[in-house]
Design a protein. Sequence first.
Length: 551
Amino acid sequence: MGKTPRLEPPHPSAYPVFNPQSSISNLRSSMTTRTRFAPSPTGYLHIGGVRTALFCWLLARRHGGQFILRIDDTDDARNRAEAVKPIIDGFKWLGVDWDEGPTADASGDSFGPHKPYYQGQRNDKYEAAAMKLLAEGKAYPDYTTPEQQDAAREHAKLARKPYVHRGTNRDVPAEENVRQYAAKKAPLLLRVDVGRRVTFTDAVKGKHEVNTDTIRDPMLLRGPDENGLCRAVYNFATVVDDIDFGITHVVRAIEHLENTPTQLLMYQALGATLPTFGHVPQVYFAGEKMSKRKTPKLSADEVAKFKACGWTDAEIAGRDDLNIIAVAYYKEIGYLPEALINYLCRLGWSLDAETEFMTLDTLKANFTLDRVTDAPGGYDAKKLYWIQGEHMKLVPTAEKVERCVPFLKRAKLIGDTLDDRTRAVLTKIVDASGDRIKLFSDVLAFAAPILKSDIEYDPKAVEKAFKDPTAKTLLAEFAEMLKGCDPFDATTTDKAAHDFLAPKGLKLGAIQLPLRVAVTGTTSGFGIFDTLAILGKEAALKRIETALAMR
RNA sequence: UUCGAGGUAGCUCAGUGGUAGAGCAAUCGGCUCUCACCCGAUCGGACGCCGGUUCGAGCCCGGCCCUCGAACCCA
C-alpha cells in the first residue's frame, strides 16, 4: 500500500466541493443530498432506467435534497426533442419530479442554477475543463492513428492480455502539448499514473480496488468532427457535470461500475471531492439484461385489450413503446403509477424480509442504498399485476371513475364531455365492479355491455347458457316476475329471484347464467342484480326478450 | 480471451456463525351469483459443486462450475 493514493469517498459533511464551472454551488448547505438521473434520449423510458431513477429520487426526497435530470446526449445525433419527450412524459406520468433539468415541454430548454442540463449544450464546459488539464500537464493529445491502434489491440489479443491504450504524447511536456494541440487537434487523453491502486467503496457493492496498470488513458475529448468541434466523451462529460452540479450520490446501473475507477482519476485530476457511488444491479428478463429486442411483443390478449380500448391495428403497430420494457405500456394499459413504482423499487431492494406492498410515503421514508440487493432481479409480470391489484384497492370510487374515463372515451363508449347522468352510471358500474377492475382498461369489459345500446352476444356464451332447454323457459317465466319488481333495484330483483326459484327447489345457479348472458352477452361480469339495476327495467327486459327470440 | 458481478423454493427477496423464512405463483377447499375479493389449507429447498476453518457454515477461507455484464471516438 504505502504511497498508494486512496480515493475513498469523503464523509458526507465534506460536501460541497470544488466546482470549476460555477460558484453558485459553493453556497450549498453541506448536508444537502443531490442525486441525478441521466438518460440518453432513446425515444422511450426504459423501466430498468426508471428503477435507477427511482432510487435516486427517493434518496434525494428522503434527505430533503434535490433530484436532477440530465440528458446525456453527447452523441449529438440523438439530441432531438422527440427522443426526449417520451422520457419526460414518462416521469411526469409516474409523478417523479425533478428539481433541476430539462423543462417539461422537452423543448431543449432547461431550468435550474447549472443550466443547461443537456450534455449536447454543455460542450464548452467540457472543453474548458479539458484545456485546464492539458495546461496542467494532466492531459495530452494523442496522435495515434486508427491503424496503429488496431495493430496494438490485435497484438494484445494474441498475447492474451487486455489492451490498455496509452497515447503518443503521454510523456511530452505540458507546454509543448498545448502548442501541438493548438496546431493540430486530436483526441485528448488523461494521463493515468501506472503502478498505483485506486480503491473506493461502493454503497451497494462494497469495496473495490483496481490497479492503474489496467486502466487505459481515458479519452476526454474526441478528435475534431467535420465542423472542427471536439466533443466530450461520456466518461468525462459525466464527471465534469457531476462536479458542476454538486452531485453527492452517483447512483447508476452496474455496467458503470467499471467506469468508476477511471472517473475517480478524473475527479482527482480536476481536484474535486468525490461523491458516494452506488451501483445497482440490472433488471433481467428471462435470464439476461432486459432489452427491447429480447422482450416479448404484445400477446394476443394484450392486443385484444388495446383494441377494446379503441386502438386500431395501425395505431398499435405504430407504437414501438407498447412493450413491457417501456413505461408508456403501463400507462396505456391502465396501470397505476404508484404500483409500478412499488414494484420497481421492490425489484432489487427490500424494506425487510416480508413487506411487498408499499405506498410512496413508505418508500420515501425508508429507502436506503444499503438494502439494494447484490444480485440482478428478474422481471416478474405476475408480481407486478398483483401489486397493481393491491394498490387499486386503495383508490376511492370517484377517483377510479375519473381515471377510467380516458379509456372509456378512447373506446368511444362515452362522449368527449361527461354529463352528470353518465357519470352517475359510471360510478355505479365502477362501484359494482369492485376489485375486478385491476387495470383501468378493465373497466371496458364491465362497462361496454351496459353502455352499448346494441348488445353483442358472444356465440359461445349463448351456447353455454342455453344448452339446457329448460333455461329459456325458466328465463321467460322469471322475466314476467321482473316486470313486477318495483323499485327495480338489486335488493328487489334478488328477492324476486329467490322467491321464484325456491318453490321449484332451485338455486340461483339455475338462472344466473342465462340471465347474465341475456342481458350482457357474456358469461362474466359483476353481480347480476347490480347489472339489472344499472341497466334499468326497460332495457333489461328488452334484452331478455331479444335473447329468448334467438335461434 | 481478460476483467468484473452474481448463484437461497417456479419467481421476487429476507436470512449480519446457532433448528432454512416471507410474499407472489401453483394446487385444493370454504364463501358467493360467473369472475374478482375475502378466508383456510397444501405443495414447495443436497442454500451452484468440492474441500477447509469451527463444537457448529447459507454466512468465513480456497478451488471449481454455471449465468450475466464490461472490455467502442456508446451511454
